[in-house]
Design a protein around this ligand. Structure first.
Ligand SMILES: NC(=O)c1ccc[n+]([C@@H]2O[C@H](COP(=O)([O-])OP(=O)(O)OC[C@H]3O[C@@H](n4cnc5c(N)ncnc54)[C@H](O)[C@@H]3O)[C@@H](O)[C@H]2O)c1
Ligand SMILES: [Zn+2]
Length: 344
């Protein structure tokens, strides 16, 4: 199992040459072909393009079939390698398509969004959405290599950048107080690119260290779901009943909501809670929650994959760097959290 992460595209040609692949395919969408492929072109001579349409709505098995069809018609074999050039949709789906093509060919993730660099491209979860459920079909399968090139972020819309910063903040929270400082000094968009790269490296190293101890999420890896029980519920709610939130925007709200529960009922220090609220205000504009039907949000929480028997469980922060996994939280406590979320 490889957990190789390299920084800068320069490492790619030597790596490919050393492995003797029969052919190189590059998976792109209409944005990464335009904004990211030119950079890859500088280091890669021969490859075959596989084009798909961007976005979560195309992250399904039908798109995998198109990828497989292109691989077949363009002569891929078991010694082919697939380079996934894109955001989390491309790395998740390309990873899955590669893992199942001819019982598995090798793949490399080249993440081009902040979310994919700091989170999605790392850790070997691959998959597609199915029957309206996110990541319903997939596998644990690690890329041979993850190549991180910060220059790709120059063309990424600011909204995507801000949204994804919540995953970096989450990783920092899970590590302890020290890493939080930079996130609290200024808004994420004001951080210089060299410093941003060091935050990305920190996130990558942290995620790798967690995944190394618990690849298939039997225990420790669950901590990465911090903020996600409440976050996913808001994400689903706004997807169906309003202006959709980006995943990271929903997670940011989830981090605040879950911190409220941790503080109000389970002893999380008041100042830690305040720091999380402060971080939220520094980076995000709260969506309008006036007309949100919290019963519906609550139902989404009950349906969360992580919950069993309709009880609501979440990862709760005990202090910076320490969490309780699978904490059962009563409905009345969740409702109190909604009151807070509505008004903070
Ligand atoms: N496997 C995991 O562990 C894991 C973890 C977190 C999230 N995910 C998955 O990641 C996906 C979300 O990823 P995402 O936020 O990267 O979204 P995304 O892949 O949809 O990318 C966002 C948009 O940015 C465009 N884009 C990509 N790179 C660009 C660039 N450099 N410049 C301009 N535009 C660019 C894309 O074409 C797309 O339109 C979800 O499907 C989620 O389930 C997986
Ligand atoms: Zn997430």
């Amino acid at each position: 199992m490889s957990r190789l992460v390299k920084y800068g595209l320069g490492a790619l040609p030597v790596f490919l040459k050393s492995k003797g692949f029969s052919s190189v395919f590059v998976l792109v969408d209409e944005n990464t072909v335009k904004y990211c492929l030119p950079l890859l072109d500088k280091v890669l001579d021969e490859y075959i393009l596989v084009r798909i349409k961007s976005g979560e709505k195309n992250k399904h098995i039908g798109t995998c079939e198109k990828i497989w069809d292109t691989l077949i018609t363009k002569g891929a074999d078991r010694k082919t390698i697939l380079l996934n050039l894109g955001g989390g949709v491309i790395t998740d789906m390309g990873g899955f398509a590669a893992s199942s093509f001819m019982r598995g060919i090798r793949f490399i993730n080249i993440p081009t969004t902040l979310l994919a660099m700091a989170d999605a491209a790392i850790g070997g979860k691959t998959g597609v959405d199915h029957a309206g459920i996110k990541n319903m079909v997939g596998s644990f399968n690690e890329p041979m290599l993850v190549l991180i090139e910060e220059a790709f972020l120059k063309t990424l819309p600011q909204k995507q950048l801000i949204s994804a910063s919540s995953e970096l903040f989450k990783h920092a929270l899970l590590q302890g107080k020290r890493g939080l400082k930079r996130h609290l000094q200024s808004a994420f968009t004001r951080i210089h690119s060299t410093e941003r790269l060091s935050l990305i490296r920190n996130s990558v190293n942290f995620k790798l260290s967690v995944v190394a101890k618990d690849f298939e999420e039997q225990g420790l890896r669950k901590q990465l779901n911090l903020g996600h029980t409440v976050g996913h519920a808001f994400e689903s709610y706004f997807l169906n009943y309003g202006k959709p939130l980006l995943h990271g925007e929903a997670v940011a709200l989830g981090l605040v909501g879950e911190a409220f529960i941790a503080h109000r009922f389970y002893g999380l220090d008041y100042f830690c809670f305040l720091r999380i609220v402060y971080w939220y205000d520094l980076n995000f504009i709260k969506p309008n929650l006036e007309r949100v039907n919290f019963n519906t949000v609550l139902n989404y929480m009950r349906k969360d994959k992580k919950n069993s028997n309709a009880s609501i469980r979440m990862v709760l922060l005990r202090e910076e760097g320490k969490v309780d996994l699978d904490k059962e939280v009563s409905e009345s406590r969740v409702r109190e959290m909604f009151q807070f979320i509505r008004s903070f």
